[in-house]
Design a protein around this ligand. Structure first.
Ligand SMILES: N[C@@H](CCC(=O)N[C@@H](CS)C(=O)NCC(=O)O)C(=O)O
Length: 281
């Protein structure tokens, strides 16, 4: 079967499978010129990290080739040698002898320097308070569903080894626990492992039903299938929103409303950042 480009662009979930066999630019109607530098810039990331996804998405949208370096979640030495602490994302740009952190600073840099393609290809943030409020309203629900799933299989690159999974569990509380209580209280590692295991063992139906309702609400706030705000194109609003929503695809059984599903698939293809649907649990 021969698929036309508009079909590939609009084919919803199918596009994720189709484009994983073709270059990211093949899925776009008019992608920017591919930028391949020598040496390549590197983006050091954790796969599950939405701040890291912001940078990957921006580089993908600008069609800039880069080395994607997945850090182990227990690796303190390497990020510390680069930026002085354990954090991701980190951007390494050898041409300028530059190493920097902070996702939005990295994106501002690459979208203002013509070596990374036409500057200002991302429209400014509209600082939408409705989307911010929505994000806040699902924070606890998403932590409860997503965090145990990130580490449940060992399939995510930063969690392939047990020390990586344990480093995450040690430092990331599950609701209703607060961060301080989890990290500084008298809870031992055995308690934390048990709570993560119990969270995975629980029937998630009620929480997923709640999330499905919240996604219907968000679907009404998203402007169209290719950008979330009434900006005429991709903006910093999408860089933040899409990167956070990607994590939800690790949760099996979520029902995505039509527009939002297409938004997820379209930006995944444009940004060359895969969704987790195929490994959701
Ligand atoms: N403001 C930073 C936040 C980065 C951040 O918090 N990254 C998390 C991962 S999602 C991290 O590296 N935390 C330290 C850790 O996991 O040990 C940015 O936008 O780049």
């Amino acid at each position: 079967m021969k698929l036309s480009l508009p079909f590939l662009f609009l084919a919803g979930h199918v596009i994720g499978i189709v484009t994983s066999f073709s270059s990211p630019s093949a899925s776009l109607l008019s992608p920017p010129t591919r930028i391949v530098m020598d040496p390549l810039p590197t983006v050091h990331v954790y796969d599950h990290c939405p701040f890291c996804v912001r940078v990957r998405l921006a580089m993908g949208i600008k069609n800039v080739k880069f080395r994607l370096d997945f850090l182990g979640n227990d690796d303190i030495e390497r990020p510390t040698s680069l930026v002085g602490k354990k954090i991701a994302p980190i951007f390494s740009f050898p041409q300028d002898d530059l190493i920097m952190g902070e996702s939005m600073d990295i994106i501002k840099l690459i979208d203002s320097d013509a070596r990374f393609g036409p500057p200002s290809s991302l429209l400014p943030s509209t600082s939408r308070t409705d989307i911010k409020a929505w994000q806040k309203s699902v924070q606890s629900l998403l932590r409860t569903l997503q965090r145990p799933r990130y580490v449940a299989t060992g399939l995510m690159p930063e969690f392939q080894q047990i020390d990586g999974r344990h480093a995450f569990i040690k430092n990331h509380q599950l609701p209703p626990f607060e961060k301080k209580e989890w990290k500084e209280g008298d809870m031992g590692m055995d308690d934390k492992l048990r709570l993560y295991a119990e969270a995975m063992a629980k029937d998630p139906s009620a929480l997923i039903a709640e999330l499905n309702e919240k996604l219907v609400e968000l679907d009404g706030m998203v402007y169209c299938e290719s950008h979330c705000s009434d900006t005429g194109g991709l903006s910093y609003d999408d860089i933040d929103l899409w990167s956070r929503l990607r994590s939800i695809t690790i949760v099996k059984g979520v029902v995505w409303p039509g527009k939002l599903r297409k938004y997820m698939d379209n930006l995944s293809a444009m940004g060359d950042v895969p969704l987790y649907d195929e490994m959701a649990l």
